[in-house]
Design a protein around this ligand. Structure first.
Ligand code: SAH
Length: 322
């Protein structure tokens, strides 16, 4: 009989093994892999935010969980074109634990500096981007069984229920409360950093804005859902991000919080339509692909509403897109 492991510990271990050994992009795709326009608009966002910050030089441009480096490559190409002074001032720092993905990132992003954790990034005015990073951080699940809250552990590929000290109020049997402690603590840390050093953070991920009593833990292998509990390390484990909890955590540190707004609205506010039209004019052969990519990112039935953008700043200046 295996010793039951608390779900967040299980998830942390499974994802560390998964990202260290596998190519995640064989199992799922992300916005920057769908269309170059995503990174281009985020590059424009960063350039405007840098101007709002008073054009600090040097400035740290930080990405958490850069994946294949695609998003940052699109950001840097745009920045070089629209804001060459920002391009010259920025120092690129990447937060990545997977040695394998660091190798891929180095090919696309020469001159970057890598860190395992946000705490390790040196101090200084910061613009941070995090796309589909927080959904991979571990969650706890507390579930109501026979009128009491119990905490989910994992043993032998199945959930086991354990006594739980948390009192989450009344709820019907079967209700599942997810507690994204790691994402919340990370966001608090980002906010504290912005308050110390100045700057802005942009978090984009899929998730919810009000608490819901639902199990959102999922695993994808080869684009198909599989059991998150068996064969840990062979599939990417994610959970919906609790945006209200992130906003609260940032607020507690004194940061200004903008959004969340749906990804569709956010990208549209940043000029998605105009960018699609310009690209189609420049590359007529790719016009249909640009339009399809933009539709997938922004349409409410696809990624436009489920995915949300949240920004944190140290000053009361409205960042673009919100
Ligand atoms: N942002 C990219 C990749 C998303 S996949 C994109 O949009 O395509 C998640 C990324 O976060 C991967 O690069 C993964 O290796 C990294 N990652 C996952 N858990 C992490 C952790 N605890 N610390 C640092 N990086 C992590």
């Amino acid at each position: 009989m295996m010793t039951p492991e608390r779900l967040d510990h299980f998830m942390a271990r499974a994802n560390a093994a998964y990202y260290a050994a596998r190519n995640p992009f064989a199992d799922f795709t992300t916005a920057p892999e769908i269309s170059q326009i995503f990174g281009e608009l985020l590059g424009a966002w960063a350039a405007v935010v840098w101007a709002q910050m008073g054009q600090p030089d040097p400035v740290l441009l930080v990405e958490a969980g850069p994946g294949r480096g695609t998003l940052m490559a699109d950001v840097l190409r745009t920045v070089a074109r629209v804001a060459p002074e920002f391009a010259a001032a920025l120092r690129l720092h990447l937060i990545e634990t997977s040695p394998r993905l660091r190798v891929e990132q180095a090919q696309r992003l020469p001159g970057a500096t890598w860190h395992a954790r946000l705490e390790d990034v040196p101090p200084g005015p910061t613009i941070l981007l995090a796309n589909e990073f927080l959904d991979a951080l571990p969650i706890r699940q507390v579930t109501r069984i026979a009128g009491v809250w119990t905490e989910r552990h994992v043993a032998g590929g199945a959930f086991t229920a354990h006594p739980c000290a948390l009192d989450l109020g009344d709820a019907p049997d079967g209700a599942v409360c997810e507690i994204g402690e790691a994402a919340r603590d990370w966001t608090a840390q980002l906010a504290a950093r912005l308050m110390r050093n100045g700057g802005a953070g942009l978090i984009i991920d899929y998730g919810f804005t009000r608490p819901q009593h639902q199990d959102t833990l999922q695993a994808l292998r080869g684009g198909k859902p599989v059991s998150p509990l068996v064969e840990p390390g062979t599939a990417d484990l994610t959970a919906h991000v609790d945006f209200a909890a992130l906003a609260q955590a940032a607020h507690t540190e004194g940061a200004y919080v903008w959004g969340p707004v749906g990804q569709g609205d956010f990208l549209t506010n940043l000029g998605l339509r105009t960018r699609v039209e310009n690209l189609a004019r420049q590359h007529p052969a790719g016009a249909a692909e640009f339009a399809a990519g933009a539709d997938r990112l922004a349409s409410p039935s696809q990624m436009g509403t489920l995915f949300k953008a949240l920004a944190l700043t140290n000053r009361a200046t409205l960042p673009p897109g919100f």
